[in-house]
Write a protein that binds this ligand. Structure first.
Ligand code: SF4
Length: 985
């Protein structure tokens, strides 16, 4: 990356002035303090000066008091972007003074959002968990005792060992919030023989992923925003969306170059304020709008017919669905026009409330983008609505029509722009199937049905002996949190709850063990994310460990440098695995042993050293050029760019040497008996299975040439999905429109739609309650309501208390009357309403947690704040300066579960009634009837089509779909050898 080429002329001139100033100062024999830059105040410390970076103390000014820093890279853990951070480690105190951006990181390029530098708040948080704790009273009672790591490890290892030896593998589960790493936890679980990986993804992004998965066999888009002509966003990407900072800076770059930005968001987000077109649709109508644009491209012939002919599976569609027609592309083009003829601008206008003329204008802008059309849809509409996955499927239809797939300025499959290195040990995947996460009712679910766990446990489908929550707070994050609380306090359903967390949270209150884990500057991880057309790998590391090693110390355990007894997960998992299998007889220990020193524990240095040496192309050579080992290079610079300008990998010709005993499938798939070439990249994607003779899929025949293609069953982009058709959903096998559960036709006359999914750019989901800078910026979540609705409902002014009634209860919030929301829709950010239970004296007040009384009566649960946030004395003088008391309301508690029957996504939007608060209501009050939550759960389960009824081959799930752990083929079989349609399902 060349920075000098990017320096605008005015800054170059400033650089010249700085150089002149330097010469003048040095001519006087004085020290010149260069500041943070070679050329101007906005750049970064040059990397050759990271060993001794000097800054003057702002507090001592005008005295020139020097601070000398070691600058140590790590990556931010406060969202998924994994932006580069530089820790400023004071050479005298050997403590971190601040975090700023790492200019050597190819994704974030030195920039961060507010949450990156706020890492220092988390590190110095006086309320953080510093020592292992064990509950002393009843679970949830708030009585804790400090224990040693040995006590915790021995007790937990004994439970796990017993469960594994007794064949109760499915009673072990690790539930992840923010993963922040690529595959370490899965590897540990595989080594135990446990299918216990659970994620938060079905309350987050699985709706968005599903639509892309059925097209590409890869579940994420990677837009090349920087080079786009038109950017089309169904979410708030400039502000908070997926890969917030790395994407936002590239969208900004494109806008500077004249790109048009189109934003579909019912709410006037900060992103919408920067758009050329802000479309505020009726929630759930986004797919209809996409289809209207697609229909326009088709009927006007403004699509890339050559791309469609070569890369869509249209031949398969005609063969399966229209055998009456000739198998010609011309016949398909005619059918395509017929299929989407009904989606006129007028139709979309009626669904969305957006004027047909505006839609027509937007469609013309899109048509003009050609192959420079970059798009993204992630949470937002795809996460809000029944059938929301069709929002991203119809969005990618536009890309696929324009041929804007893996083109400059287009949208790539994320696997083209991501690199996951092979680890030192790869245990086999488990031979068991976890029904609590992958239930039979959802054979096509993109991810684990995590948010249904309390209901499955209440149904008696299983129990958990040991349940880990890892940087995860289901009571607060998930819908229906009080059902979670009920099962977490039931020791029959969950025998032991271990919370691996840096901070106290609403779920850790109901744990048996609370174990202190590190923040982004206190742990090792590797990761790689799609942020531009290139591949990079980032290295998170305990910065004080790296700093002290650079100064010559020998650090053997991260606890030697972390605050208190905070441990990193990787060392902890290794230690736990050894204690489960101390003599290696269970076959677990082998995956946690050193290769260099057999019989000894694998260290993090060996784990990452091996990985960087053996499976990151180009890194060993780059490191050697500087006289460093690959590990030392990554510890010094934090991120490495493997490739840039990947281009369309699907077009890559398969080498002749890889084609042996070839067979061509009906959709042009090419199978080969040649072994797969060795690859260092293990990026997760769909994996179409072998043919009947065991030959692997090598690629797809396109115009007589075997090309790499896409990892779908057909090898092409799947306009028509045989998987959806074969697994019980033929009516949704094409990109289409599913009316939402909050479609106007579904609402009672007095109901509105509540948008509950939007994020704030300055808060982290569950770990920012103790980030004081972020708390000061954002600490409340009023309900957005349009003036016309406010008038109609008797809400007189902003700040008035209102009751928002859901199907299972209500919450009391403040109103914010604004024209930034559609009439008929209200919106509330999900970031707020943090709480601690009265009597839990182990949790100090903090800047974001109200103290609440929570009790269950005859008609359900009631929560009421007994103490608001206020100033208090602590080791940090800033806690005495807290000026706010309002911390918002925990709306998610009042939401029942809404599992989409195909994607498995929780459909977040709620049909609600809004009225002025009743006498006695207080801000933040909650009422919930968990019996009603059970009824809603049962209603939504009736929408499903279980594998036992629809599976075409007697398996529980298509083998080619992604799954973090992929059990053995035998475990995929439906229980009892049932085939489709047999009773007992
Ligand atoms: S976008 Fe912000 S929170 Fe996310 S990784 Fe980057 S700096 Fe951290």
């Amino acid at each position: 990356m060349s920075r000098s080429a990017d320096i605008p002329p005015d800054l170059a001139a400033l650089g010249e002035r700085v150089s002149a100033a330097r010469a003048a100062v040095e001519a006087r024999g004085e020290t010149f303090y260069q500041g943070a830059s070679r050329v101007h105040l906005g750049a970064f410390p040059p990397r050759e000066r990271w060993d001794d970076w000097v800054e003057l103390s702002s507090r001592a000014w005008p005295a020139r008091e020097e601070h000398h820093y070691l600058l140590v890279p790590t990556t931010c853990f406060n969202c998924e972007s994994a932006c580069g951070l530089l820790a400023y480690v004071d050479r005298d105190t050997r403590q971190v003074r601040k975090f700023e951006g790492n200019p050597e990181h190819p994704g974030s390029r030195g920039r961060n959002c507010a949450k990156g530098p706020a890492t220092i708040n988390q590190v110095t948080d006086p309320d953080r968990v510093l020592y292992p704790m064990r509950r002393a009273g009843r679970r949830g009672e708030g009585q804790w005792e400090r224990i040693s790591w040995d006590e915790a490890l021995d007790a937990i290892a004994a439970r796990l060992r017993a469960a594994l030896q007794e064949g109760r593998n499915n009673e072990i589960m690790v539930h992840l919030g923010r993963p922040g790493e690529d595959g370490y936890t899965e590897r540990v679980l595989a080594s135990w023989g446990v299918d216990g990986h659970n994620s938060h993804t079905n309350v987050c992004s699985s709706g968005g992923r599903t639509g892309f998965q059925f097209w590409m066999g890869i579940d994420r888009p990677s837009p090349d925003y920087a080079h786009a002509k038109v950017i089309y966003l169904i979410s708030a990407h400039l502000e908070t969306g997926h890969y917030f900072n790395p994407h936002a800076q590239r969208i900004t770059q494109a806008r500077e170059n004249g790109a048009k930005v189109i934003v579909l968001d019912t709410r006037l987000s900060n992103t919408a304020t920067h758009a050329d077109y802000w479309l505020s649709p009726q929630p759930g109508s986004e797919a209809a709008m996409n289809l209207a644009i697609a229909s326009y491209l088709i009927r006007t012939g403004r699509y890339d017919a050559g791309f469609v002919r070569r890369w869509w599976n249209w031949e398969q569609y005609l063969a399966q669905c229209r055998p009456d027609l000739p198998a010609t592309f011309e016949a398909f083009q005619a059918v395509l026009a017929e299929l989407y003829a009904e989606f006129t601008f007028e139709y979309a206008a009626a669904e969305s409330g957006i004027d047909a003329a505006v839609l027509a204008e937007v469609a013309e802008v899109v048509a003009g983008a050609g192959t420079r059309f970059a798009c993204h849809s992630w949470r937002s509409a795809a996460a809000g609505n029944l059938g929301g996955w069709q929002v991203s499927r119809t969005l990618f239809l536009i890309s696929a029509l324009l041929g804007a797939v893996a083109t400059e300025g287009g949208t790539f499959p994320n696997a083209w722009n991501k690199f996951v290195p092979r680890p030192i040990h790869t245990p086999p995947h488990p031979a068991v199937w976890q029904d609590l996460s992958w239930p039979e009712e959802f054979p096509l679910a993109q991810n684990e049905l995590s948010f249904l766990l309390p209901h499955f446990l209440k149904d008696g489908r299983g129990r958990l002996d040991t349940y880990f929550t890892r940087v995860y707070n289901p009571v607060w994050t998930n819908p229906d949190g009080l059902s979670w609380m009920e099962v977490l306090t039931d020791t029959e359903k969950i025998g032991c709850h271990v919370a691996l967390t840096p901070t106290w949270n609403e779920s850790a209150y109901f744990a048996d063990y609370v174990l202190p884990m590190g923040h982004g500057s206190e742990r090792h991880d590797t990761h790689s994310y799609e942020q531009y057309d290139g591949q990079w790998i980032g290295f998170r590391q305990p910065v004080l460990r790296a700093a002290r090693e650079r100064l010559g110390e020998d650090i053997t355990d991260t606890r030697q440098v972390n605050p208190g007894e905070v441990w990193e997960e990787n060392e902890w998992w290794t230690e736990l695995s050894w204690r489960i299998d101390p003599d290696g007889s269970m076959g677990i220990r082998q995956y946690h042993e050193s290769r260099a020193h057999p019989g000894e524990k694998l260290t993090v240095d060996e784990y990452y050293g091996w990985m960087f040496e053996n499976s990151v192309p180009g890194l060993p050579e780059r490191a050697a050029a500087e006289g460093l080992t690959p590990l030392a290079w990554m510890r010094r610079y934090g991120a490495f760019e493997i490739t840039a300008g990947q281009g369309g990998l699907h077009e890559t010709e398969v080498a002749a040497g890889q084609l042996r005993d070839v067979a061509v499938g009906p959709a042009g798939q090419v199978y080969t008996a040649a072994p797969a070439p060795a690859s260092t990249n293990v990026v997760p994607m769909g994996a179409p299975g072998p043919d009947s003779r065991g030959r692997r899929l090598a690629g797809v025949m396109v115009d007589g040439v075997v090309r790499r293609g896409f990892p779908t069953p057909s090898g092409r982009l799947e306009f028509w999905s045989a998987t959806l058709a074969d697994w019980g959903w033929p009516e949704h096998a094409l990109p289409g429109y599913i009316r939402s559960h909050v479609h106007p036709a579904e609402l009672a006359p007095d109901q509105l739609v509540l948008l509950s999914t939007f994020r704030l750019p300055t808060q982290i989901h569950t770990r920012s309650a103790n980030s004081k800078w972020l708390d000061e910026l954002s600490h409340t979540n009023p309900v957005w309501i349009h003036p016309s609705d406010a008038r109609r409902l008797g809400v007189r002014r902003t700040g008035d208390l209102i009751r928002v009634e859901t199907d299972i209860g209500y919450f009391v919030a403040k109103a914010w009357i604004t024209e930034g929301i559609r009439p008929g829709v209200v919106a509330c950010s999900h970031h707020m309403g943090r709480w601690k239970l009265a009597g839990h004296s182990h949790v100090s007040p903090g800047g974001m947690m109200a103290t609440v009384d929570l009790r269950r009566g005859t008609d359900g649960w009631a929560m009421h704040a007994t103490d608001r946030v206020r100033p208090y004395q602590s080791a940090d003088p800033d806690t005495a300066r807290i000026w706010w008391s309002d911390t918002g309301v925990h709306q998610n508690l009042t939401f029942p579960v809404h599992p989409d029957p195909i994607s498995g996504m929780h459909c977040w939007h709620q049909a609600v009634r809004v009225r002025p608060a009743a006498p006695g209501d207080a801000h933040g009050d909650i009422a919930v009837d968990t019996e009603k939550a059970r009824e809603v759960y049962r209603q939504w389960m009736t929408r499903t089509r279980p594998a036992g009824h629809v599976s075409p081959d007697g398996t529980r799930r298509p083998r080619w779909l992604m799954r973090p752990l992929k059990p053995t083929a035998a475990a995929f079989a439906l229980p009892g050898g049932r085939a489709a349609g047999e009773p007992g399902s």
